[in-house]
Ligand binder design. Structure first.
Ligand SMILES: [Zn+2]
Length: 336
C-alpha cells in the first residue's frame, strides 16, 4: 500500500472508533494529529529510516508450502481460520465464496513463512504494540489525563522525559502500517509474482491509491487547514469507492495476542493471493515461476473485474477494521 492509502486507513480507523463510541479518550488523543497520519503511517516504508525500519521488503511474511518437522503446526484449516476471524471481518465471506478455487486439500497442507531476522511482520507489529502500551504508561500529564486508570509511579518520572500525545499518535500510526501490510496479499506470498516490480504488487497498490485519492498524500494532508470533522468527511467519501460500509462496531482481540493475530491475518492474505493467482496455474516455489500481471488477472474479462472489486473490498475493509481492533486492544489494557 502506498503512502496515501496507509494514511487514509489510519484516519478511517480513528473515525470508526469514534463512531463506535467505546474508546472516546483514545480518539481524543489521536484526533488532533490526523494531519500527521501520512508521516506516521509511512515511516516504516521510508527509505531513509534507520536500520530495520526502511523499505517494503523489510517487513513481510511471505508464506510458501512447508515440508519438514512439526508440519501439523503449520496447517490452519479454512474452518479454523474462519472461526478465528469471526463475523465482523470480510475475509471469511470471501474465502467461502471462492471455495471452488482453494479446496479442502489445499487447506489441509502445511504453509510457513521464513522471514529474515528483523523483517518478521508479526514481530514488528507485536513489538510496536507493546511499545505503544509503554508509551501510554509513560505519558506526560496530558496523556495521563486521557488514559484510564492511574499509573502509581508516574509522579516520580520527570515530566521532561515523558511521552507527549503527538509522539503517541505517531507511534499508533506506525503500528497501523504493519497491521495494514498484513492484509496486503503480495506481502504474504512467497511466489515471484508477488514481488514489488513483477506486475501485480505495485499495480494493485497503485489501483488502491487512485481510489483513495491525492488528498491523503502527505503534501495535501499535512498542509490543509481543515477541521477534524472535514477530514473525516473526506475519509468517509472514500468508502464508496471500495463499496464499503462499516458497522461501527470494533470487535475485541479475542486471541489476546497481537503476534498470533498478525500471523493469522497473513495466513488469510496468503489464501487471498492464492485465490487471485490459483496455485494450479501459478505454481509455488521451487516449481517454475509464472508471473501474474494485474491486467491478466483483473482487466481481461468480467470475472476478473469482479474478483478485483471483491479483493478491494475485503483487503481495505479488513485493514481499517484490524487497525481499529488492535488499537482498541492496546487501550483495553488500561482499566479504571
Ligand atoms: Zn510497508
Amino acid at each position: 500500500m502506498n503512502q496515501r492509502t496507509h494514511a487514509w486507513i489510519a484516519i478511517r480507523a480513528i473515525k470508526l472508533l469514534k463512531d463506535e463510541g467505546k474508546t472516546e479518550n483514545l480518539v481524543k488523543l489521536l484526533e488532533p494529529y490526523l494531519r500527521k497520519a501520512a508521516i506516521g503511517a509511512w515511516i516504516p516504508d521510508k527509505r531513509d529510516a534507520k536500520v530495520g525500519g526502511s523499505r517494503t521488503e523489510n517487513h513481510i511474511f511471505k508464506i510458501k508450502p512447508y515440508q519438514g518437522d512439526s508440519e501439523a503446526r503449520f496447517i490452519l484449516k479454512r474452518d479454523e481460520l474462519i472461526k478465528h476471524l469471526g463475523p465482523e471481518r470480510k475475509l471469511p465471506g470471501f474465502l467461502e465464496g471462492y471455495k471452488n478455487i482453494l479446496t479442502d486439500e489445499w487447506w489441509g497442507k502445511a504453509y510457513k513463512a521464513d522471514p529474515e531476522p528483523g523483517q518478521h511482520l508479526a514481530n514488528r507489529a507485536m513489538s510496536l504494540a507493546i511499545n505503544n502500551i509503554d508509551m501510554l504508561i509513560l505519558g506526560d500529564d496530558q496523556v495521563q489525563e486521557m488514559v484510564p486508570g492511574k499509573i502509581d509511579f508516574i509522579e516520580e518520572v520527570d515530566e521532561s522525559t515523558r511521552v507527549s500525545s503527538g509522539q503517541v499518535a505517531l507511534f499508533f500510526y506506525m503500528l497501523s502500517h504493519f497491521i495494514a501490510d498484513s492484509l496486503m496479499p503480495c506481502h504474504c506470498d512467497d511466489r515471484d509474482l508477488a514481488d514489488y516490480a513483477n506486475g501485480l504488487h505495485k499495480e494493485l497498490e497503485g489501483h488502491w491509491g487512485k481510489k483513495v485519492g491525492t488528498f491523503f498524500e502527505d503534501d495535501n494532508l499535512s498542509k490543509n487547514g481543515l477541521e477534524a470533522d472535514e477530514i473525516y468527511e473526506k475519509a468517509i467519501a472514500v468508502d464508496g469507492k471500495f463499496s464499503l460500509s462499516f458497522e461501527n462496531e470494533v470487535p475485541d482481540l479475542k486471541s489476546n495476542d497481537v503476534w498470533w493475530e498478525i500471523v493469522v491475518l497473513c495466513r488469510g492474505s496468503f489464501a487471498v493471493a492464492s485465490i487471485i493467482a490459483p496455485p494450479e496455474k501459478y505454481l509455488y516455489k521451487p516449481d517454475p515461476q509464472i508471473m501474474a500481471p494485474f491486467e491478466t488477472l483483473f482487466e481481461q474479462d468480467q470475472q476478473g473485474r469482479q474478483l478485483l472489486e471483491e479483493v478491494d473490498k475485503v483487503v481495505i475493509h479488513d485493514a481499517v477494521l484490524n487497525v481499529a481492533l488492535i488499537w482498541k486492544y492496546i487501550w483495553s489494557k488500561f482499566k479504571k
